[in-house]
Design a protein around this ligand. Structure first.
Ligand code: NAP
Length: 343
């Protein structure tokens, strides 16, 4: 089987904030052959994730965990689609899958143990395919693992979430409410702040761009201190959160958006605060919890069915929209999970 495959590349390494012009769409023939042991997937939804920027850099600590992206070469990415040809018993033509595929129309993969690929029960689970890249995909896994396995919330504890209207943050806040916590989120616009309070049930929320002094802003929202900080942005926000943490507070470091582009300043945590308040700061990767993926998903799926968790998705159309969709993440243009839908 031979198809014309359109795929996204970076033209060169990207070391600052990404622009649409850093990426382009190319095309080549993709071939699947019987006896190859390969599966060919026609991608339907592509996941647009901030961590891809770190892969695009010439050098980044992220390369310790995931390969850097080579200019001109196709880009592996989380995606969901339909099997169109298969040379292995596990996958049949017509199966729906979500896992590590690519920013492209078609992806070939060879099944191997430990790879991130799940078969989706078409029609059986009742969820749209896109949810398997958002709340039931890596965003859900990141939010669930970071909050429950790293943050370990107790009922009544105070939780602060940054980038709270984003894909991961919007889930963290809702999960923390379900755990009986008091939850405040920050986001970059009034529209986002209203959404957190009115639709997602956050106890409070604020626009960090309108706060000249983040330390005193957090003091206002947490007069009794923060027990868990779910960290998505880094920089001054981390410093301000540490200054407001309670003794034995936990910081679950999921990401540092403001530091990825190199335009903001890096956090300089006050380590005396960390010592004397016995604060735990722990970085983690969603992949660390891959073995619990199905367990987390069962819980999250039930919450969605019961209407206890709202899934926010922000969908652009067509492969040509990947460059703008990706750059938009770093301007805060998205609300919820940024996805690209392919024809
Ligand atoms: N550890 C893991 O395994 C793992 C897995 C997935 C994601 N993550 C991390 O989780 C975080 C959120 O990822 P996501 O996929 O859910 O993306 P997202 O939150 O849906 O989108 C990124 C958001 O970050 C905010 N932002 C952008 N630049 C910022 C800046 N300079 N300062 C503060 N906020 C900024 C924007 O919202 P505002 O309008 O609020 O600024 C934007 O909407 C990222 O740091 C990501 O790297 C970690």
């Amino acid at each position: 089987m031979e198809v014309v495959n359109r795929y996204v590349v970076i033209k060169h390494h990207v070391d600052g904030a990404p622009t649409e012009a850093d990426l382009e769409v190319r095309e080549a023939t993709a071939r699947w052959a019987p006896g190859s042991g390969q599966v060919m997937v026609r991608n339907r939804f592509l996941s647009i994730d901030p961590y891809q920027l770190n892969r695009m850099k010439r050098s980044s600590a992220s390369h310790l965990a995931v390969n850097g992206i080579v200019p001109g070469e196709s880009i592996t990415a989380y995606a969901a689609g339909e099997v169109v040809a298969s040379d292995c018993d596990e996958y049949k033509e017509g199966d729906l899958v979500a896992g590590m595929l690519g920013w492209e129309d078609y992806t070939l993969f060879r099944p191997s143990p430990g790879m991130l690929m799940s078969k989706i029960d078409a029609g059986g689970d009742g969820f749209p395919l896109s949810h398997h890249l958002s709340a039931l995909g890596t965003s859900g896994m990141t939010a669930y693992a970071g909050l429950f396995e790293v943050g370990k919330p107790e009922k009544g504890e105070k939780v602060f979430v940054s980038a709270a209207s984003g894909s991961v943050g919007s889930l963290v806040g809702q999960f923390a409410k379900l755990a009986g916590c008091y939850v405040v989120g920050c986001a970059g616009s009034q529209v986002k702040v209203n959404l957190l309070k009115e639709k997602l049930g956050f106890d409070d929320a604020f626009n960090y761009k309108e706060e000249p002094d983040l330390k005193s802003a957090l003091k206002r929202y947490f007069p009794d201190g923060i027990d868990i900080y779910y960290e998505n942005v880094g920089g001054e926000m981390l410093e301000a959160a540490l200054a407001n943490m309670n003794t034995y507070g936990r910081v679950a470091v999921s990401g540092v958006m403001s530091e990825y582009t190199g335009s903001g300043r890096r956090a300089v945590p006050n380590m005396e605060q960390v010592i004397y308040k016995r604060i735990t700061i722990r970085g983690f990767l969603a992949w660390d919890f891959l073995a619990k993926f199905d367990e987390f998903n069962a819980v999250i799926g039930d919450w969605i069915r019961q209407g206890k968790v709202q899934v926010l998705e922000d969908v652009s159309d067509g492969l040509d929209s990947v460059p703008s969709a990706f750059a938009a993440l770093f301007r805060g243009d998205n609300i919820g999970k940024k996805l690209v839908k392919l024809a």
